[in-house]
Design a protein around this ligand. Structure first.
Ligand SMILES: NC(=O)C1=CN([C@@H]2O[C@H](COP(=O)(O)OP(=O)(O)OC[C@H]3O[C@@H](n4cnc5c(N)ncnc54)[C@H](OP(=O)(O)O)[C@@H]3O)[C@@H](O)[C@H]2O)C=CC1
Ligand SMILES: O=C(O)C1=N[C@H](C(=O)O)C[C@H](O)C1
Length: 252
């Protein structure tokens, strides 16, 4: 039998972390060597001999966790939100000093969500208007979702490359927040509702027609194939990869 990859999960007591612990334990090629919470010392990662650290914590702690992993020679697979451009740049610089280490920051691990964002970016070149509605459980601390931010960035880049102007909008008077958040010129609306898990619609409008690209995660099990894919592949992708699409061949 080939040697198992040693995996540590940070945020192991959380909604996603608990699911990731189960997924790693069930995978024959992986060995769970640490399952840590907020009160545990990061030194435990070193003592456990982790090859890969999975970070599913909070936006206020993920950067420190990931930097610790990289500085101690461990790869990291990160699902936590809050990685804005400044934090990604600073991490990329740290990775230049640790060129053998890979970090994957995946705003969404669900393969259907990654595909939906890619499809939306492709489709957005052909429509006058585009807006994003993301819908999540009410225990989520951040808005808009990391997935919506990433989708808006992909859409904005695709439309800029195609030379499209901003979506039309005649609004001159509105209550603050009524038109949503602006991410790279794309409006993003956040719904928080008990009963939901993680859902997103990209609304694309043209004269006389609308295309809606919707993805639904009904259960956190939906994220686990992507987490495991990331864990298995991160060592083969040194440097920083932003988005699970970086590990998939979506160009055909
Ligand atoms: N990429 C993806 O596909 C997905 C990403 N997410 C993102 O993952 C993150 C976690 O989501 P979710 O599981 O719902 O959140 P939870 O609040 O359920 O879990 C977060 C956990 O992290 C723990 N924690 C906080 N700080 C640290 C730390 N420094 N070290 C170790 N553990 C820590 C918390 O402990 P305590 O309770 O003691 O504070 C808590 O148990 C969010 O940013 C969310 O947006 C969620 C789903 C899918
Ligand atoms: O907090 C969540 O639940 C989720 N967070 C991620 C995000 O902000 O996009 C991924 C998914 O939407 C679930």
């Amino acid at each position: 039998m080939t040697e198992q990859l040693a995996v540590a999960v940070l945020g192991a007591g959380g909604r996603m972390g608990a699911e990731a612990v189960k997924a790693v334990e069930a995978a024959e090629d992986l060995k769970l060597v640490a399952a840590l919470g907020r009160s545990d010392s990061l030194e435990a990662l070193v003592e456990a001999g982790a090859d890969v650290v999975v970070d599913l914590t909070t936006p206020d702690s993920t950067e420190q966790n990931v930097r610790f992993a990289v500085e101690h020679g461990m790869h990291a697979v990160v699902g936590t939100t809050g990685w804005d451009q400044g934090k990604r740049r600073s991490l990329a610089a740290l990775l230049e000093d640790n060129p053998q280490i890979g970090v994957l920051i995946a705003p969404n691990f669900a393969l259907g969500s990654v595909l939906a964002s890619a499809f939306a970016a492709k489709a957005s070149r052909y429509f006058e208007s585009v807006e994003i509605v993301e819908l999540h459980h009410p225990d989520k601390v951040d808005a808009p979702s990391g997935t919506a931010v990433r989708t808006a960035q992909l859409v904005a880049a695709a439309r800029a490359e195609a030379g499209l102007p901003a979506s039309p909008d005649a609004t001159t008077k509105s209550l603050e927040g009524a038109r949503g958040a602006d991410v790279d010129g794309v409006k993003v609306h956040s719904v928080r509702l008990r009963g939901l898990v993680a859902h997103q619609e990209v609304l694309l409008g043209g004269p006389g027609e609308q295309l809606t690209i919707r993805h639904d995660s009904y259960d956190r099990a939906s994220f686990m194939p992507g987490v495991l894919l990331g864990v298995r592949q991160v060592a083969s992708h040194p440097g920083l990869t932003y988005g699970l699409d970086g590990y998939l061949d979506l160009n055909d």
